[in-house]
Every structure is written in structure tokens, then in C-alpha cells.
Design a protein around this ligand. Structure first.
Ligand code: HGY
Ligand code: MN
Ligand code: MN
Length: 416
């Protein structure tokens, strides 16, 4: 593998990540949410890059952009790469996009090396992984793997629009949940390249690492209902203040998670109604995100938080509800794929380390149809879900060399 070809491809990859980051629904930041105008423009840009890499490009009914390099070998199976093109609000330029653009670059390097792969390759830019618009993640990969459910289609965004209505508008006709793009026996496996979004690789001085397992996560919407009232005339003892109750609950969420490491639990957003300075909040809705590498511990923590919410509501004479909007078990990465990936990492950087992922990834969903592996790439200070997210160009090149080496090894695997 020539160093020059790699260095040039890595430089172009860095440039494309910058260019894609400017495709946003909000000027001056990187924000792309499910089926937004910016997502359409991102798909057009990534689709053009896929086309330039001689991939056959299509977009499916849930807005995934898919580039396919068909093998010339009759009956060849397919190896998948992918990650998400949607982002959190005011995001960085690497989370998701790296796992779509890097494999495109890797295929261009492979072609320049004259290597013909004995299997087809499909690169998927998933349309929705972060769960920003509908508070439930993975709508893109669920659509691609045939796991989009009726309850997913009925989820509603802040404006009251359902997933089904958004898909109908996008496709110009109502669409039912799509079937899986591939049958299980057509797939060799899936590799997702993703920034670590944590500090471990940086602390170890490693550019890349392999993922052992991905934590399970439960997301929910919690609401407290009290009674709105005049902030100036309602005595404190007579109040049923929904926002005060929610505040007490949020501190209990933090305390419970701190008491049970490695559990993590987060309230990321809160809305208070009617939301006026001089009105006691009559209603509150907030998000809850609970994660743990072990499923039993995550479920127990979520149940305990429900009991805590109930006791706060009872004491404060508030109504309350807890509605899970997403529930994904922990996923262990495929041993054989990860072992092959470790060989590539060792060949490229001398040593390899395995680490768990606290963040969720599309690999969680794809694991239902194919063996999955993940390559983590060092990011500065582990910062992510933030505009200062940063991967050094040297580490882009390192990750690219690992994936090119991995594809080369895959090509020489028996009966790939
Ligand atoms: O929230 C997550 O774990 C990921 O960033 N979607
Ligand atoms: Mn993310
Ligand atoms: Mn991500």
C-alpha cells in the first residue's frame, strides 16, 4: 500500500468531512436531523462522492443513502460499511460522517492498488441514528434491516408529525415499514468506523482501537403534571409545582447513576409549560437516557428511576408518566471479525486494544442481520457532540490504513 496514495486519500477525506459539516439546517453550526432539508443536501453530496468512487448509488424509503460496489463474482456475498449522516444539534464534523466517508476513500485506495474484492461492498449513510427529532434512535438502520416497527412509525416529533407522515411526505406517497435490504445469508459482516467519543485511546497514545461491546440504552420521556398558578399570589404551601418536582427528579437521576458505576443516566432536555416567568409550571416533560454494559443492571436502574418519579409525584401531589421511547440491549461485537480487525490494527500501529462503547451506534441494529465489528478512532480529549470534536489528520490516515489492510485481508479470506 503506497504511503503517498494513502496520505493523499486521507487529506481528501479530511477536506470532505469539513465540507459535509457545512451542510446544516442551522447557519454557522452542524445540525442535520431526520428528513430535514440539510439531510437531503447531505445525501446528494455523499451520493456524488459515492458515484465518483464508481459505486451504484440509491436512496431507500427511510432516506438512507447507499453506495454499492458489486462484485464480478457470481453469487458473491456483501460486506457492509456504514454509520449515520444525521447529527445532534451543534455537532462536530466526525460523529457518524467518518464512518460513511472513510470507507468510500478506502475503496478508492483499494482500486488504485489494483485489488479486486471477491465480494460486494455496500456503504450506508444512515438517515437517522441520534434520535434528535423523534426521541428514538436508529430509524435509519432499523429501516435498512427491516426492523422499523409500527410503534416507530407512530412516534411524533415536537410539531406532532409522525414518522409515517414524514416518510410519506419524503416519498410522495404513504410507505409501510420497509423489508430488510439484505437477507442474513447474503451478508458477510459489517464494519463501522467511529470516533471513540471518549478519552481512552488518547490516554493510551493509540490512534485506533477495536470495540468489544456496545452498551445497552433505554430512552424515555418523563412528564410531571401539577397546577399552573400566579407566581406572586400563590402561597408556597399551596403549590403543585411541576418544575420543582422535575428538578428533584433530575438530581435523583444523577445520584442513582453516581452510586452505580458504570451506569450512566442523563436528562438532556426539559420543557416546562406554560413557560412564563410569573407562572408556576403546570406541566413538565423531560428526556431520560439510561445506559449500562449489562442489560439487567440497566433495566433495574430504569425501573428504580420510575419508582423514584412516582414517590416524588405522590409527595408533591403531581401527576406523572414515564414512557420508554427506545430500549436496546447491549451488543457484543463479532469475535472473528474483531479478531481480523485487530490483526489490521496491529499491522498498522504495532499494538491493538479492545474497549467497550458507552455510545450507541448503528452497529447495534445491524447486529440483528450480520456479524458486526467497530473501529474506534482517537478524538481530542474524547470530546464529541460538540463543535470542537477533532481527529488529527494523522489519525485519519491511520484509520484509513487499517480499513484498507482489513479489506485486503478479507479479500484473501477463504470463501469470502
Ligand atoms: O447517543 C449515542 O450514544 C450516540 O451518539 N447516538
Ligand atoms: Mn452521536
Ligand atoms: Mn455516532
Amino acid at each position: 500500500m503506497s504511503k503517498n496514495i494513502l496520505a493523499h486519500a486521507a487529506k481528501e477525506l479530511g477536506r470532505r468531512l469539513e465540507q459535509l459539516a457545512r451542510v446544516s439546517d442551522v447557519r454557522g453550526e452542524t445540525t442535520r436531523t431526520f428528513m430535514s432539508p440539510a439531510m437531503g443536501r447531505a445525501n446528494a453530496l455523499v451520493g456524488a462522492w459515492m458515484q465518483a468512487a464508481d459505486l451504484d448509488v440509491r436512496e431507500d424509503v427511510v432516506g438512507n443513502i447507499i453506495g454499492r460496489l458489486p462484485s464480478k463474482k457470481a453469487g458473491a456475498k456483501t460486506f457492509l460499511f456504514g454509520s449515520h449522516l444525521d447529527t445532534v444539534r451543534d455537532a462536530g464534523r466526525f460523529d457518524g460522517a467518518l464512518g460513511v466517508l472513510l470507507p468510500i476513500a478506502a475503496l478508492q485506495v483499494i482500486r488504485r492498488m489494483g485489488l479486486v474484492l471477491p465480494f460486494s461492498v455496500e456503504i450506508v449513510g444512515f438517515s437517522e441514528e441520534e434520535g434528535v427529532r423523534f426521541s428514538s434512535a436508529y430509524l435509519g438502520s432499523k429501516g435498512y434491516t427491516g426492523r422499523l416497527s409500527q410503534s416507530d412509525l407512530e412516534l411524533r416529533d415536537a410539531s406532532g408529525l409522525s414518522v409515517a407522515e414524514v416518510l410519506a411526505a419524503h416519498n410522495g406517497k404513504s410507505v409501510s415499514a420497509p423489508k430488510a435490504a439484505h437477507s442474513k445469508d447474503d451478508l458477510i459482516g459489517y464494519l463501522e468506523v467511529h470516533i471513540e467519543q471518549g478519552p481512552v485511546l488518547e490516554a493510551k497514545g493509540l490512534a485506533t482501537g477495536v470495540v468489544s461491546a456496545i452498551s445497552g440504552q433505554t430512552r424515555a420521556r418523563v412528564s410531571f403534571t401539577g397546577r399552573a398558578g400566579h407566581a406572586g399570589t400563590t402561597p408556597m404551601a399551596l403549590r403543585r409545582d411541576a418544575l420543582a418536582g422535575a428538578a428533584e427528579f433530575i438530581l435523583e437521576v444523577e445520584a442513582l447513576a453516581k452510586a452505580r458505576p458504570p451506569l450512566v443516566a442523563t436528562v438532556g432536555w426539559i420543557s416546562a409549560f406554560p413557560g412564563a416567568t410569573n407562572v408556576i409550571a403546570g406541566g413538565v416533560e423531560l428526556s431520560l437516557d439510561v445506559r449500562h454494559p449489562k442489560n439487567d443492571d440497566r433495566v433495574a436502574a430504569f425501573d428504580d428511576l420510575g419508582r423514584i418519579a412516582r414517590s416524588i409525584a405522590r409527595r408533591r401531589k403531581l401527576g406523572f408518566s414515564v414512557k420508554a421511547t427506545q430500549d436496546n440491549g447491549a451488543v457484543t461485537c463479532s469475535g472473528s471479525l474483531t479478531e481480523l480487525l485487530e490483526r489490521s490494527v496491529r499491522a498498522c500501529q504495532g499494538e491493538s486494544m479492545a474497549l467497550p462503547s458507552g455510545a450507541g451506534h448503528d452497529a447495534v441494529i445491524v447486529s440483528s442481520v450480520a456479524p458486526v465489528a467497530m473501529l474506534f478512532v482517537r478524538c481530542k480529549k474524547g470530546l464529541s457532540h460538540h463543535p470542537d470534536e477533532f481527529v488529527h489528520p494523522r489519525d485519519l490516515e491511520a484509520a484509513l490504513s487499517v480499513v484498507v489492510d482489513f479489506l485486503t485481508r478479507m479479500a484473501h479470506q477463504p470463501a469470502a
